[in-house]
Design a protein around this ligand. Sequence first.
Ligand code: FMN
Length: 240
Amino acid sequence: MKQDLNFFEAVSQRRSVRVFDQTDNFDGTIVQKCLEAAILSPNSSNLQLYQFVRVPEYSPLKDRLAQLCMGQKAATTARELVLVLTRRDRWKAHAKANFDFISASASGEGDKKVKLALRYYGKLVPMLYQKFPGWSVAKKLIAITQGLRKPMVREVSETAVRISVHKSASLASMTFMLGMKAAGYDTCPMEGFDSKRVKKLLNLPAGSEIAMIIACGKGMPEGIYGERFRVPTSELIVVK
Ligand SMILES: Cc1cc2nc3c(=O)[nH]c(=O)nc-3n(C[C@H](O)[C@H](O)[C@H](O)COP(=O)(O)O)c2cc1C
């Protein structure tokens, strides 16, 4: 049996691969396993506001979806496409799920953890995630005013919340792709797709956004388009 790669091997060997092997006996259970690992990724407030949608090659939607990925070879040759959706719309249900979990695991009525959870998931999270006209500007003003007296989180606008949700979805995506590499498969994350048409084709929830679509399969050597390039490390890692 083939040994999984260790973490640093998976990181260094992972490449975005644009042509996948059509003859390989692709094992979809590995995709499921890597998605389940991805769910363990850190995410903002543990709200888990994302969802993976699997479109295997046998799905009647796969070919049409690949065409909506601008016909990219990574998509047309993929053995499975995984959509990473943001689900900002699920905040209320997931805040409640967190709150209920913490309450159930608490030792007693006056447990400090429960009080904090109640405040966090019952007050702060709704403050940030609820939506009504003018609230985004109001939140920014509150942050600016409070920030005059003490350190304050400034990223509270509707745009900031949207970015935060995409951050968590992207972290989960990365865990998935590293898992796939460790297990012997390759991936290509894509943002080159027609989001409007994809949402319609797959009947995706109106409140969702597509963070990326990940092509999966066993990579062909010609699927790596060039030598790996990165700008100098000194530019990307600074110490203060
Ligand atoms: C958010 C995101 C979107 C991307 N979109 C595409 C895409 O649409 N098509 C594509 O061929 N590669 C896409 N890529 C892959 C990048 O081009 C690739 O990661 C980069 O060139 C570095 O190469 P490497 O992944 O092989 O290290 C995307 C990567 C990310 C993270």
